[in-house]
Design a protein around this ligand. Structure first.
Ligand SMILES: Cc1cc2nc3c(=O)[nH]c(=O)nc-3n(C[C@H](O)[C@H](O)[C@H](O)COP(=O)(O)OP(=O)(O)OC[C@H]3O[C@@H](n4cnc5c(N)ncnc54)[C@H](O)[C@@H]3O)c2cc1C
Length: 577
């Protein structure tokens, strides 16, 4: 462990405090450090060192006592919410938050699955790495149909910043030239399987408005000189990423932004430091620093800086803001608008279809491709589609061959049966929807009036529900996926919609609650993620979103964060901060 990097007690004033070390915090720290600012990254959780602490990596299923299943008692006691995440298993559980320590409440009759990763690196260690740019159709959506406030930015404002983060992070994909899904700066795409190539051609012929593209993902398919210089190498297609990757082949704080920040000598990290609230100076109308409770021994300390960036994840940052009260801001810091905590969104995703592909029995593949097929939102121009809901959805999936057990369907006796056991099974292809959730004032987080956690911080109370818009959208997605697969000739097509079986949260794309906007009366942040109320306070994670759009959000957190740092540093130099 690098002793100069990690600090605990200090009286020093930093140039910048970055709260959180996940995807957003990693970028903020890197950008500040590279601009010469002495930066303190404050992280509530333990230190996770690249490579050394990936304790689940490289182990096969049979090396786990319960074949990857987490012990029932442990799940009951500590992971009652986290167990709902598809990536939760014995090889990853140590990267998920312990629900016993991170309690929250939900409004009666509602639910919200808050997936947490409270350690150095945050959810950057666990994410699925799907990376897509927003388009102007996304930035215009609220304005067009009047749901939510207008984004104060457009695609042109983020375009160069997307490129900036993509070149460093490494995004694989194909130049598809789609209006609704701008190209990134791509590394080579992952390969299609033969049935996918033919299916793609069939879809193009049958549904020209619904191109099927290869999923764009933050993996090094062909590392650049820059990536190699970071100690990162090519993806081995093991698809074991969520256990941690010693190759640094997928983007995480540990593999990418943290080493770049540390290299400058300007980075310091205060781990095990739970930010309780921000220290506000009413005389100067500035945030002076933060109050921290030690993760382990519950002692308290304070850290100070000229500028403060909240990057503690959507709900984490909002919780800190709500808990930072003063005479001027009795309902949460920088909350003169009263919208802090409101307009929480996730993606809706419980609908899809799958079927069997006939033939291709001579086609095999090796390795585990860490991405799939993606059909971007095709309803991006609302006037072109007649439908009974607002906004749209994307479909993602892929083809794979079932193994010799043929999905447990294998039956028989004697020589024929033994012969079948040596053969791979049929090919299957599925499509699953991910849809936009409308921003609604009623979907809100607030602080519980009496319950606190073990660090003395009021628990978050979450009131978030799907609306009929999401229900109607997913019914349509199910029918559309089924229709497309049947038309393309798949057999035994089965479809599903089960939106009300799951509460929001499980897409793990929570956004909103401290939204950007042009009008300080109806938004918390301006076009540069700076709070309208306090010049030296910025919030650059998903809480700043005005709408969820259809695509996965984290690439946009990165772009917003680096743009905000650039702006903040210029403002500091101009002495306006
Ligand atoms: C299984 C899984 C799959 C996903 N797949 C995708 C995907 O394919 N594409 C995509 O775009 N997104 C995906 N996501 C979502 C993505 O991981 C998040 O959007 C992203 O990590 C959020 O970045 P962040 O920096 O805002 O928050 P985080 O990465 O969660 O980091 C926040 C950090 O702040 C710290 N923190 C919180 N509160 C405090 C406090 N009070 N004091 C100090 N520190 C604090 C936390 O401990 C944490 O380290 C996925 C997530 C999961 C779990």
């Amino acid at each position: 462990m690098d002793q100069d990097l990690y600090i605990n007690e200090t009286n020093e004033e930093y140039d910048a405090l970055v709260i959180g070390s996940g995807i957003s915090g990693g970028w903020a720290a890197k950008e500040f450090c590279e601009r010469g600012l002495k930066t303190l990254m404050i992280e509530r959780g333990r230190i996770v060192e690249h490579q050394k602490d990936y304790i689940g990596e490289g182990k096969s299923v049979w090396q786990y006592p319960n074949r990857m299943k987490v012990d029932n008692l442990l799940v009951e006691e500590q992971y009652n919410v986290q167990k709902l995440c598809y990536a939760f298993h014995d090889g990853t559980k140590h990267f998920f938050g312990n629900d016993k320590d991170y309690p929250y409440t939900t409004e009666k009759g509602t639910g919200f699955s808050w997936i947490r990763a409270n350690q150095l690196g945050g959810k950057s260690l666990l994410w699925h790495r799907q990376s897509y740019r927003f388009s102007d159709y996304d930035f215009n959506a609220n304005k067009l149909d009047g749901h939510g406030n207008d984004w104060p930015i457009r695609y042109k404002d983020l375009q160069a910043w997307y490129s900036h983060v993509e070149e460093h992070a490494g995004i694989s994909g194909n130049y598809d030239n789609l209006a609704q899904l701008p190209n990134s700066e791509f590394l080579p795409p992952f390969e299609w399987t033969k049935p996918e190539i033919d299916l793609k051609a069939k879809f193009t012929e049958l549904f020209p408005d619904r191109p099927m593209i290869i999923g764009r993902t933050a993996h090094l398919t062909k590392p650049s000189k820059l990536h190699l210089s970071q100690g990162r190498v090519q993806c081995q297609a093991r698809n074991e990423c969520q256990k941690g990757c010693s190759f640094g082949a997928y983007f995480s704080t540990q593999s990418s932004t943290l080493p770049a920040a540390a290299k400058t000598g300007n980075l310091h990290i205060a781990a095990n430091s739970v930010v309780h609230s921000l220290i506000y100076d009413e005389k100067t109308n500035r945030v002076k620093g933060v109050r921290v409770v030690d993760n382990d021994d519950l002692s308290t300390r304070e850290y100070f800086a000229k500028v403060v960036f909240l990057c503690a994840s959507t709900l984490g940052s909002t919780q800190i803001m709500l808990n930072s009260t003063s005479k001027k801001f009795p309902n949460g810091i920088a909350n003169s608008s009263g919208v802090l905590g409101h307009y929480l969104m996730d993606h809706v995703y419980n609908a899809g279809a799958s079927g069997r592909i006939e033939g291709y029995h001579q086609e095999f593949y090796s390795g585990r491709r860490p991405t799939g097929a993606y059909i971007p939102n095709f309803q991006f121009e609302p006037s072109k589609y007649k439908k009974n809901y607002k906004r749209g959805y994307a479909l993602s999936g892929g083809a794979s061959r079932s193994n010799w057990q043929n999905n447990g369907q294998l039956d028989g006796i004697g020589v024929d049966f033994k012969h079948q056991l040596t053969q791979a099974g049929d090919w299957y292809f599925g499509l699953n929807a991910q849809g936009e959730m409308l921003p609604r004032f009623d979907n809100q987080v607030s602080l519980h009036a009496s319950k606190t956690d073990k660090w003395g911080i009021p628990q978050l109370h979450i009131n978030c529900q799907w609306s009929d818009n999401e229900r109607l959208m997913m019914l349509d997605a199910e029918q559309t996926a089924k229709y497309m697969l049947e038309k393309a000739g798949l057999k035994d097509v089965k479809s599903y919609t089960s939106i009300d079986n799951n509460s929001p949260g499980l897409a793990i794309h929570e956004v909103g609650t401290a939204r950007m906007g042009k009008d300080p009366k109806t938004s918390v942040l301006n076009a540069y993620n700076q709070t309208h109320d306090i010049a030296n306070l910025f919030v650059t994670d998903g809480s700043s979103f005005c709408s969820s759009a259809v695509v996965n959000p984290s690439l946009t957190f990165m772009a917003l964060t680096v743009r905000a740092v650039d702006y903040a540093v210029k403002e500091m130099k101009a002495k306006r901060i």
